[in-house]
Write a protein that binds this ligand. Structure first.
Ligand SMILES: Nc1nc2c(ncn2[C@@H]2O[C@H](COP(=O)(O)OP(=O)(O)O)[C@@H](O)[C@H]2O)c(=O)[nH]1
Ligand SMILES: [Mg+2]
Length: 254
């Protein structure tokens, strides 16, 4: 069985660092975990990808060949990757991995909000797939920011329709008290209501509260698991949650 774990999240939320640390952590536990970089525009990565989309598409060549700027070339590259999927699948197959940790483009919209992203996710040949959606802990310490991130997470879920785990990353950058507070928001809705009540900022307050109420009715699971991609913090629990999501997915497809 090969598991594919797609890491998504806003720019700078820690996708690449989590790809590095999760694959290293799993390898140290004796698992065959490999990394796949799907970001054609990245210059430096905190790991050496086992399979790298930059071997197939070059932003610089696209810019030169089509007279594009960096953004146009990135968009074109994201779409061109679709044609390279069988080569990428062959490379992965040769490595015979148990886990493929998939690092996605820094700018999330390049992968999540274009036609090609979900198509690539579908065509990659791992038998069981899931998404890890990253919440940035310092950003989410404000309840309004936290809710806006929940919306992005829901949008990602709607795009990929894969089992999804929401992860609060960078917990080493905030106090334990703040981590506890955000985790409570994610598991006990009443606590988030009271956080809003502490900052009743007119329109913003009403809008966020109404949006959150609408989201609650979707019955998606927004509970968070904390981690630090920097110091492997809480990786034992993160791994257990990943296993739970992957085995739940297996049962659903039987
Ligand atoms: N302190 C800390 N920094 C982190 C963590 N995760 C990522 N970073 C840093 O945040 C920045 C952006 O991370 P990166 O993995 O490149 O984000 P990406 O754009 O989502 O791939 C880098 O400087 C990382 O070293 C974390 O858990 N803790
Ligand atoms: Mg990155």
């Amino acid at each position: 069985m090969t598991y594919g774990i797609f890491i998504l999240g806003t720019a700078g939320s820690g996708k690449s660092l989590l790809t590095a640390s999760l694959s290293e952590w799993l390898s140290r536990k004796g698992e065959n975990a490999v990394t796949l970089n799907l970001d054609p525009g990245v210059v430096r990565l905190p790991y050496k990808p086992d399979v790298d989309v930059r071997d197939y598409v070059s932003i610089k060549e696209l810019m030169d060949a089509y007279g594009l700027g960096p953004n146009g070339a990135l968009l074109l590259a994201s779409d061109l990757i679709v044609d390279k999927i069988s080569d990428i699948n062959r490379e992965i197959e040769e490595l015979n991995p148990t886990y493929v940790i998939v690092d996605t483009p820094g700018q999330m919209e390049l992968f999540a909000f274009r036609v090609s992203g979900p198509l690539i996710a579908k065509e990659l040949a791992m038998e069981q797939k899931m998404v890890i959606y990253l919440f940035d802990a310092p950003f989410c310490s404000n309840p309004f920011n936290y809710v806006s991130n929940i919306f992005l997470s829901a949008a990602v879920f709607l795009r990929f329709m894969l089992p999804q785990l929401n992860v609060l990353n960078k917990v080493d950058l905030v106090s334990e008290k703040t981590v506890k507070k955000i985790l409570e928001w994610s598991s006990v809705p009443g606590t988030l209501q009271s956080a809003f009540n502490l900052q009743p900022e007119s329109e913003m307050y009403i809008l966020t509260k109404d949006l959150f109420n609408a989201l609650s009715r979707l019955r998606l699971d927004f509970s968070l698991i904390a981690c630090s991609a920097k110091n492997y913090g809480n990786f034992v629990n993160l791994h257990a949650s990943i296993q739970r999501v992957l085995t739940r997915g297996e049962e659903e497809t039987i």
